[in-house]
Design a protein around this ligand. Structure first.
Ligand code: CO
Length: 136
């Protein structure tokens, strides 16, 4: 069902400093910060030849990554994102298999303007998983 690794997300306490490390020290192409109010984060995307790194920083009062950064004050890997062709079919199959789809169980619009859902870490080796629907 899952396709390519779309990105690995790293929660960071300082978005500018993190972007500078990837841009200046590691020599990667780095996007401008993009606020994503629906997800409660500001994102910077780091382009790699075969995937992306998504640097995420809390946005607003009730950001879902606030607690994660309290536990990981220097930042840390927050989730991995896999591509799927049909997110609703994926959700149905996962729910039928007893997996926990987070939120209201329906896709929201993610960082690329595409439908995404998050899956509970307890079902996936302790890793928060994001699925993103991409065009075939
Ligand atoms: Co993501």
């Amino acid at each position: 069902m899952i396709g390519k690794l779309n990105h690995v997300a790293i929660a960071v306490p300082d978005l500018e400093a993190a972007a500078a490390v990837y841009r200046d020290t590691l020599g990667a192409a780095v996007s401008a910060p993009a606020p994503l109010p629906e997800q409660g984060v500001t994102t910077v995307f780091v382009e790699l030849p075969n995937s992306k790194i998504e640097l995420i920083h809390p946005l607003g009062d009730a950001s879902p990554i606030e607690k994660f950064l309290e536990r990981n004050p220097k930042g840390g890997i927050h989730h991995v994102c896999y591509e799927v062709q049909d997110i609703n079919a994926a959700i149905q199959g996962l729910a039928a298999a007893g997996m926990t789809v987070l939120g209201d169980g329906r896709p929201s619009i993610g960082a690329h303007g595409l439908p995404v859902v998050f899956l509970h870490p307890k079902d996936f080796c302790g890793t928060l998983v994001e699925l993103e629907e991409v065009a075939a």
